[in-house]
Design a protein around this ligand. Structure first.
Ligand code: AHR
Length: 492
């Protein structure tokens, strides 16, 4: 069967914020320590303790923003413990993630300097659950005040003269759960209090304050925040939604069944409905759309049997993750009018990581490749796509097999992303591109025959994008075959 995909000119211009392609790194498992950060004394090449190979990979990815230090860790984190001479920093217990000790050697200076190196905007998730308004506002002052204030002078003593440019601030994380098990009503009040005392000491274009948002389809949470928080105090509402796969008997995140894959894709595709429903509530209270939806945690989460996980939430990233990434990013692109930021969980070694490390070795995961292929959409104008797609059938249930999104960048180049999640069938797409006048299309494909295929430290390039041969446009249409488990980005 053939599917015709049409691309139209938008009625209103919507820019796909580059921040939809953001990332998240938490003090969890081997994400920061023995991952991103190895320390200056390490034999592994590093820049101020951060692995140089990871820095290069993230720059190549055009990472637009990075969220830190959590996650659940954020609401246990006392920022003052992580500044000043390392030998004077206290040790704490990472209570959410295994009770391991945390010596605070990677702190605020390390993170914010790293963001400068990466050319990425920092997104600080600050402690509300176990902190105070004073601790929080001193943090804002430490990071943003030019000089003359107690916190700015303290920062200077620690070697940083200029303030950092931090626009994005999360006011707590998962306040319905690890952030304090609060009710929405209580958190809305707490949020108002914290946000009131946050000052934009840079006098630039204002802080972007993000309220800790709903878990998946907790619409009541969004309703209460939108109802109870005055618009003058908030710029974004968060949402967390993961695509879970229950652990299987083999206890591995590679060996799993098609049934598990199908259910993962079902939850991944639910992102569309979640965005529609949460933003409908937001629109009710904010018809001018001044408040953004920020999906600051998303990705695949494979629960493995206790004791079989080689590192906290370490999971092998396979072609299924490429499918999650491709479809989810298409959903975000298509809702770019309301989704202004999203953060994949998490950058290194944890959950749907883009980079895995083992000793001095590092590999790029299929998810990394999808994110890199898609970065052509960053800050481009969204072009609406329409099609009547084929379905992926499994044991009497069906899901849309194909997903798509398109954009036009400042140079007039049109990019179309197509994903086929079908485990068995190729699908042929007729893409009508007549209006763009292109004679040929070029493109890149990421594909592999088996769902479980992945890059390993022994063969780190088994899954890598391949350039497509130039495709001829015939009577304004190109015919493209999408193999099972494939992600394509085409350029007209
Ligand atoms: O990303 C892992 C955890 O998932 C985060 O710490 C928390 O916010 C979420 O539940």
């Amino acid at each position: 069967a053939q599917t015709t995909v049409k691309i139209s000119e938008p009625e209103d211009e919507v820019i796909i914020s580059k921040h939809i392609y953001g990332h998240f790194s938490e003090h969890l498992g081997r994400c920061i320590y023995d991952g991103l950060y190895v320390g200056q004394e390490s034999a592994i090449p590093n820049q101020d303790g951060v692995r140089s190979d990871i820095i290069d990979a993230l720059i190549d990815l055009k990472i637009p923003n990075l969220r830190w230090p959590g996650g659940c860790f954020a609401d246990t984190y006392h920022w003052k413990d992580g500044v000043g001479p390392r030998e004077d920093r206290p040790t704490m217990v990472n209570r959410w993630w295994g009770g391991v000790t945390e010596d605070n050697s990677f702190g605020t200076h390390d993170f914010l300097n790293l963001c400068e190196t990466l050319g990425a905007e920092p997104y600080l998730a600050a402690n509300v659950g176990s902190s105070s308004v004073q601790e929080f506002t001193e943090y804002v002052e430490y990071v943003l005040h030019k000089g003359g204030s107690p916190m700015a002078e303290w920062r200077k003593e620690h070697g940083r003269e200029k303030p950092w440019a931090v626009k994005y601030w999360g006011v707590g994380n998962e306040m319905w759960g690890c952030g304090g098990n609060m009710t929405a009503e209580h958190y809305a009040n707490v949020y108002r209090q914290y946000a009131t005392f946050m000052t934009d000491w840079t006098n630039s274009d204002g802080l972007f304050r993000i309220a800790s948002g709903a878990n998946v389809d907790d619409y009541h949470w969004t309703e209460v925040l939108m109802r109870d928080i005055p618009k003058s105090l908030i710029e974004g509402v968060a949402l967390h939604s993961y695509s879970f796969v229950e652990w299987n008997e083999k206890g591995s995140s590679v060996d799993y069944s098609e049934e598990q894959y199908f259910s993962t894709m079902k939850t991944a595709l639910m992102m569309d409905e979640l965005i529609v429903n949460h933003t409908a509530i937001m629109d009710k209270y904010d018809p001018e759309n001044e408040i953004a939806l920020v999906v600051d945690e998303w990705g695949g989460w494979y629960e493995v049997m206790e004791g079989t996980n080689p590192g906290f939430l370490y999971q092998q990233n396979t072609m299924r993750d490429a499918m999650i990434a491709g479809t989810t990013l298409n959903i975000f692109n298509n809702h770019a009018d309301r989704v202004k930021m999203a953060n994949l969980a998490q950058t290194v070694n944890v959950l749907q990581a883009v980079v895995l490390t083992e000793g001095e070795k590092m590999l790029l995961t299929p998810t990394y490749h999808v994110m890199k292929m898609y970065n052509v959409h960053q800050d481009a104008t969204l072009l609406p796509v329409s099609f009547d797609g084929p379905t992926y059938e499994f044991e009497g249930e069906s899901l849309p097999a194909i997903s798509a999104s398109a954009s036009k960048n400042k140079d007039g180049e049109v990019h179309v992303s197509l994903v086929n999640i079908d485990a068995h069938k190729s699908h042929t797409v007729n893409l009508s591109v007549e209006q763009f006048g292109a004679k040929n299309l070029t493109g890149t494909i990421l594909s592999s025959k088996d769902l479980q295929d992945h890059n390993s430290f022994e063969s780190p390039e088994m899954i890598a994008p391949k350039e497509l041969k130039s495709i001829k446009v015939k009577k304004g249409v190109v015919e493209i075959e999408l193999p099972p488990f494939s992600v394509l980005v085409l350029k007209a």
